[in-house]
Ligand binder design. Structure first.
Ligand SMILES: [Ca+2]
Ligand SMILES: [Ca+2]
Ligand SMILES: [Ca+2]
Length: 230
């Protein structure tokens, strides 16, 4: 069966089951599995331990290979791998679950220029879609979905410093603006998308209290002024 036919039938079925050659270009480690019919905490202790070690080994393998430049995750085809690319497995999942292909997706995305989250149309071309279908099953479970965006982000953020939420390699007032803007949206119950949530979860929670708010922004500013006066 031709690949397009496989993909079309998968769309009709409402789930993305990948052709077997899907990972030919990128060899991904496989996320460990555990029994689904039992609570994690009810598993025997050694099984819990083995699973957690498996997760750790998976993450290490993924991050190392990513940092060594082994993965082609430039899904928006702009020449860089960054947080924008991480939207694409998630968007593909959304297409597949709605059984329709779209030219673009409107999302609230951080704008450095305007220092706020702005509704922005992310393009989704045929070539982008093809690349996501080829390289987007990062968890190695045969599906392209938000989990793949999540693991991809974990790798992308793994070599970034905590506080550098806009991932430009330095911690400064721009990062503080981004954190404050996220916090402001959250405090009036404006929902953020998955990528933004993960961005803040991995890089924004500077004081480690489980949320991103003005105290984290103050931390970023303090770090910035410390660096500026050094
Ligand atoms: Ca890119
Ligand atoms: Ca997957
Ligand atoms: Ca920064």
């Amino acid at each position: 069966m031709k690949k397009t036919a496989v993909i079309m039938s998968a769309i009709i079925a409402g789930a993305m089951v990948l052709p077997t050659a899907a990972n030919a270009q990128n060899e991904y480690p496989t996320f460990p599995t555990r029994p689904k019919d039992i609570e994690f905490t009810d598993l025997p202790e050694e099984e819990q331990k083995a699973y957690l070690e498996g997760v750790e080994a998976y993450r290490t393998a993924l991050c190392t290979a990513y940092q060594n430049g082994e993965y082609d995750w430039d899904f928006d085809l702009d020449g860089d791998i960054d947080v924008f690319d991480a939207y694409y497995p998630m968007l593909r999942w959304s297409e597949l679950s709605m059984s329709e292909e779209r030219d673009s997706f409107a999302l609230k995305i951080w704008s450095e220029e305007n220092k706020t989250y702005l509704r922005t149309a992310l393009p989704f071309t045929h070539d982008m879609r093809e690349k996501v279908d080829e390289n987007g099953d990062i968890s190695g479970d045969g599906y392209i979905d938000a989990k793949d965006s999540s693991y991809m982000l974990f790798a992308i953020f793994s070599d970034k410093e905590k506080g550098d939420v806009n991932t430009d390699g330095k911690i400064d007032a721009r990062d503080a603006s981004k954190m404050l803007s996220f916090y402001a949206d959250n405090s009036v119950n404006i929902e953020s998308d998955y990528v933004t949530e993960k961005n803040m979860e991995y890089l924004g929670d500077l004081n480690g209290d489980g949320k991103v708010d003005s105290s984290d922004a103050s931390f970023a500013l303090a770090e910035y002024s410390k660096l500026a006066t050094e």
